[in-house]
Design a binder for this molecule. Sequence first.
Ligand code: GSH
Length: 201
Amino acid sequence: MKLFYKAGACSLASHIALEESGLPYEIEAVDLKTKVTASGADFSKITAKGYVPALLLDTGEVLTEGPAILQYIADQVPAKHLAPLNDGMARYRLQSWLTFIGTELHANFTPFFYPTSGSDWKATAMAKLQHRLTYVAQHIDDKQFLLGNEFSIGDAYLFTVLGWAKHIDLDLGKWPALVAYQERVGARPGVQAAMKSEGLI
Ligand SMILES: N[C@@H](CCC(=O)N[C@@H](CS)C(=O)NCC(=O)O)C(=O)O
């Protein structure tokens, strides 16, 4: 498998999942402005969506959309418990979290990363982030990880998105549970390896 990524972007979650899976994989950086990959390939031909993450499978197929990629990786290695088995409520709870992180957190960081975003949009997004992060902090308060005591792909995604707070005017210090969670997840060898490989630490 090969993961197309941009350092520190949402593709970091897939990178962490690959590390945690123990599966063999490669990575290739993408310049999202020019849509050219590190080896000089036209990224628009790999995925017409033009954004990361994109996972080139061993079959030659390309899978896009972070939550789908994360679940694909987890399902290759069920013994690693990166996602609950797809046979009951626990999996739907994970999907609920992946959707929440994607649409309520990730999407509300987006305006801060584009110079053309207006101040009204940013103010609305910041208010939503404050509200949603308070919800996450309350949920995580008595837990090690998003789903309880075991790390999952939900944590790979949440950790990645929380890492963006330092790039915008959002101090996570007001939620000690989130700061402790960030430290806990960030200390995992798989997370450290993915971050080192992207030049983030
Ligand atoms: N819906 C996509 C969104 C992916 C996304 O937002 N990717 C960003 C980086 S975090 C990107 O590549 N942006 C460049 C672009 O939109 O052209 C997913 O969940 O995978």
